[in-house]
Design a protein around this ligand. Structure first.
Ligand SMILES: [Zn+2]
Length: 270
């Protein structure tokens, strides 16, 4: 297993994790009856496949359980949609690229459906999957769902994951694939990452070769990174960034900070 902890640091929390407990939001409302989950105008790819959703381990005895059993807190849905919209507006999730998710509990998370414009998502564009990435409600999840699932399985404290396709992440990850990581060092913006309180810090952002076999790619990430607490995210070569947080706001801060830092490194190489 490769380790990607900080190369050097001064006055920082070596654990790199927030110390205060942050309860996972649960069960307030908003998913309606199954019939309200689909909407007119979706492509055939995005329409729910008959019998696609299945029962889950967290709802014992509810074989064929419907979307009503998987309630998404309204605030979590709104924040997740806002995060996707912000990333799209910044040019990091163009042409239906990127995907975003939030954990519901120890067994399930909510993720954006496949192939949708991240600048125009609505609550019905989210669906619930289990920690293996299998859909529990109707719809087709993002093809990269196994990468989200790997993060939730390995990092129990993580409750939100953001995946972007920015120019900086795409270009740098290809240029530095042979090295295996991007070094982010000496920037004030590093303090936006949880556990870092000085610019006199250096972190390595791992880079993995891209792979259209996403379960295989997720297995490689799992083998290489494990549950290394000092990793804030990773890059897929020629593809984009994965990062996460202990809540949606932290994930949003991390994606903004890392994208900013990658742009700095890219500009510095010109
Ligand atoms: Zn992607």
């Amino acid at each position: 297993m490769r380790r990607f902890g900080r190369v050097s640091s001064a006055g920082i929390d070596e654990s790199g994790r927030a110390t205060e407990g942050r309860p996972i939001p649960v069960e307030i409302s908003v998913w309606g009856p199954r019939g309200q989950q689909s909407r007119p105008g979706l492509s055939s790819e995005d329409r729910p496949a008959a019998g696609h959703a299945r029962a889950c381990s967290c709802c014992p005895g509810r074989v064929g359980s419907s979307v009503q059993e998987h309630r998404l807190p309204e605030s979590a849905a709104a924040t997740l949609l806002s995060l996707a919209s912000r990333c799209h507006a910044r040019g990091w999730a163009q042409a239906t690229s990127g995907n975003f998710s939030v954990r519901l509990d120890a067994h399930r998370f909510v993720i954006t459906k496949s192939g949708l414009d991240k600048g125009a998502l609505r609550a019905e564009d989210l669906l619930v999957v289990d920690l293996e990435g299998s859909p529990l409600t109707e719809g087709r999840p993002s093809a990269e769902t196994p990468l989200h699932a790997q993060i939730y399985r390995r990092r129990p404290g993580i409750t939100a994951v953001a995946h972007t396709h920015s120019v900086a992440a795409t270009v740098l990850s290809r240029a530095l694939l042979a090295e295996g990581y991007v070094v982010l060092s000496g920037f004030e913006m590093l303090k936006a990452l949880v556990g870092i309180n000085t610019h006199e810090t250096s972190i390595r952002l791992p880079i993995f070769p891209n792979d259209q076999d996403v379960p295989r790619l997720a297995a490689q990430v799992d083998a290489e990174l494990g549950d290394d607490d000092c990793v804030y995210g990773y890059l897929l070569a020629g593809h984009g960034l994965y990062t996460w947080g202990e809540n949606v706001n932290e994930a949003a801060r991390h994606v903004e900070a890392i994208e900013f830092l990658l742009e700095c490194v890219l500009h510095g190489r010109r």
